[in-house]
Design a protein around this ligand. Structure first.
Ligand SMILES: C[S@@+](CC[C@H](N)C(=O)[O-])C[C@H]1O[C@@H](n2cnc3c(N)ncnc32)[C@H](O)[C@@H]1O
Length: 323
């Protein structure tokens, strides 16, 4: 099995060459059958044909996933309802993650405001999983926490709450100037969160619809192996060009974290004990309500790599803030 490669061609053909139970995590972001303009793929199949095709690659994803592994599939809710009926026969349901992403009103329906990520374990009793934390959400003007913890403020975690199945803090790449020549590139931090939650260093992450390589980049930054499969040669080449420039270095004080510029945006709960010393934390726990904990910029463990982040990912978070 070739690791750390972007394979060019049809995912079904490549998946057939991958041994059963050899991959730790599979993440799929397939075409949504909404007529998007891809270079090599016509995103407009009949309902039956689309679902039959999805069934085929979903079966392959489950086959190649290890008993300890997880399967993630990102799509609009309509298709996920079909996928869930296939997957319920082959794997164990864990979550429907709602990724908050505003869209435009369609008329005569509720405004679609989230994408879903189906999260299945190959086998729930053996599944590898890590609890995650993300930074507290605060009012941009006054700095106070958005959420009212009432009388429980003394028990606040200094960094932030546990990640739930509703993700509102990671934003889509909205500006064309910040994306590759691809119609639906995902933000790297979304994949970093998935990977931190479900894998260890050295594990293998497979993405059968790799696009311009978001999953592979996240895996590489976090010290995991990747296998990307992409039909379009140009998208595959963009991925390879980006991957050459990436380092295996998204670490602070010896632990893997998801970073943006000077901040950590996702960490594992079990790793907090190694990271705590890198922050200035108020001595009185209740003060977390109005004081943002600061990364110690003089600390040896302070991350420098995100300062060198390429233009495509810069301002990902500012863009979300302004929406
Ligand atoms: C929704 S996009 C994935 C975008 C990706 N997550 C990213 O962040 O760049 C779906 C991708 O699947 C590719 N694709 C379509 N059919 C395919 C197939 N049979 N095998 C492999 N890739 C395919 C398309 O070219 C497109 O790049």
């Amino acid at each position: 099995m070739q690791l750390d490669e972007i394979l060019e061609g049809d995912c079904l053909e490549h998946l057939r060459n991958i041994p059963s139970e050899s991959v730790d995590v599979t993440f799929a972001d397939p075409p949504f059958n909404l007529g998007k303009k891809y270079n090599s793929y016509k995103d407009q199949r009949g309902l039956e044909a689309y679902l039959e095709w999805c069934h085929d690659w979903i079966r392959e994803l489950v086959r190649v996933t290890k008993p300890t592994g997880s399967i993630f599939i990102h799509n609009i809710p309509k298709w996920l309802t079909y996928y869930a009926t296939f997957l319920n026969q082959m794997a164990d349901f864990k979550h429907w993650i709602a990724w908050d992403a505003m869209s435009t009103p369609l008329g005569k329906s509720l405004m679609p405001s989230h994408y879903g990520i189906l999260y299945y374990a190959k086998s729930k009793p053996h599944n590898k999983f890590y609890e995650l934390r993300y930074p507290h959400k605060r009012c941009r003007k006054c700095g106070y926490l958005h959420k009212d913890y009432g009388g429980k403020k003394a028990g606040l975690h200094p960094f932030g709450p546990l990640v739930s199945d509703v993700w509102t803090d990671l934003h889509r790449i909205k500006h064309n100037t910040r994306r590759d020549e691809h119609p639906c590139q995902l933000p790297i931090h979304l994949l970093e969160r998935v990977i931190l939650m479900s894998t260890d260093e050295g594990d293998v992450v497979l993405d059968p619809f790799s696009g311009t390589g978001t999953t592979a980049i996240a895996a590489k930054r976090l010290g995991r192996h990747y296998i990307g499969i992409e039909l379009d040669p140009q998208y595959a080449q963009i991925s390879r060009d980006k991957l050459i420039r990436e380092d295996v270095d998204s670490q602070v004080n010896g632990v893997w974290v998801s970073q943006y510029l000077d901040n950590i945006v996702t960490l594992r709960d079990v790793d907090w004990k190694h990271l705590e010393s890198c922050f200035h934390i108020p001595e009185i726990p209740e003060q977390i309500d109005f004081i943002t904990i600061e990364f110690d910029k003089t600390c040896d463990c302070h991350p420098t790599r995100r300062k060198l982040v390429d233009d495509h990912q810069l301002s990902l978070f500012e863009l979300g803030e302004s929406s």
